[in-house]
Design a protein around this ligand. Sequence first.
Ligand SMILES: *Cc1c(COP(=O)(O)O)cnc(C)c1O
Length: 362
Amino acid sequence: MDARGAVARISLEAIRHNLNVARQQAPNAKAVAVVKANAYGHGDLTVAAALEQDADMFAVARFEEAQRLRAGGIQLPILLLEGFFNIPQLEYAARHDFHVCVHSHDQLAALERTPLSAPITVWVKIDSGMHRVGFAPEEAETVFSRLAELPAVVQPVNAMTHFARADEPDNRAVTDEQIASFKAATQGRVKHTALCNSAGVLAFPDAHADFIRPGVMLYGITPFGDQQGTDFGLRPAMNFTTTLLAVREHKAGEPVGYAGSWVSPRDTRIGVIAVGYGDGYPRMAPAGTPVLINGRRVPLAGRVSMDMATVDLGPDATDKVGDEVLLWGDGLAAEEVARHVGTIAYELVTRMTARPRLEYVD
Ligand SMILES: *Cc1c(COP(=O)(O)O)cnc(C)c1O
């Protein structure tokens, strides 16, 4: 008997391999490794340090994320994907070699009225069809010429856009239109361009441009809902594991867990595993969601609670307390678990809590 709680074992070697897969897909582009949201749950400082030789740049969503990477010794330029949120952030960004996305008239006006201690590198965000942030293609010309006037901006500026539906292989038309609209708005007017998230890297080679921005694929996860990373030669970077903390005899007709929502149709053995929504394992995971125990898939039975979940090991099970349980990773793709839960693997890895320890295996 030697049980322990949930641990996420992270392979930095797998992450380096996955960045290399992205590079092989887009051999002429530079790579911005996206490490936002704590590197999709994999530990941003450690991941960034492991990629510093292989990436050309990093990207994060929040100023504080970039600040932490710099404070932790990361030296490559860091792109703020939504730019600065206020003037102090802009000033800090200029001093610390953060590249800023500029997506709004508010940001443009702030750049125009703020003298900076060092010139800042700007990526103008064009809204080519996502309709979340960015300048309309018709506005691009005006925005470029206003930025061209600014001594505090590195000239010429760069431009980026983001795809809304590049993960839908059966619907290429929308992405093709985004690519065409972005190209028309930026051609001949900017230094570098960047369009591709992971889905773009894998499915839209004609959009690789100067810089790619792979995120989820670095962690071995595919953006395509009905596939998994290994289909593209990616290696899962995270093995999210726990152990069996109890194995119990269970009679047919007996419920298990809160609300008695699952009742066993047969005499069986129930395994109690040391993971719950307090670790970030989704409470919404329904009965039937697989975990891997001693090489076989075992279904969840009953509700996931904060600290424990229960699985139906079967009447003949020989599994013991302390045996390892794989929640997702090598042999059980996070994408497959996500399909059971009704979400995407991006969310599974990103929503983990601080309780599971991150262990780096190489
Ligand atoms: C998060 C993000 C990415 C990375 O997307 P993935 O689908 O994880 O590859 C790229 N670009 C922007 C602007 C993003 O916000």
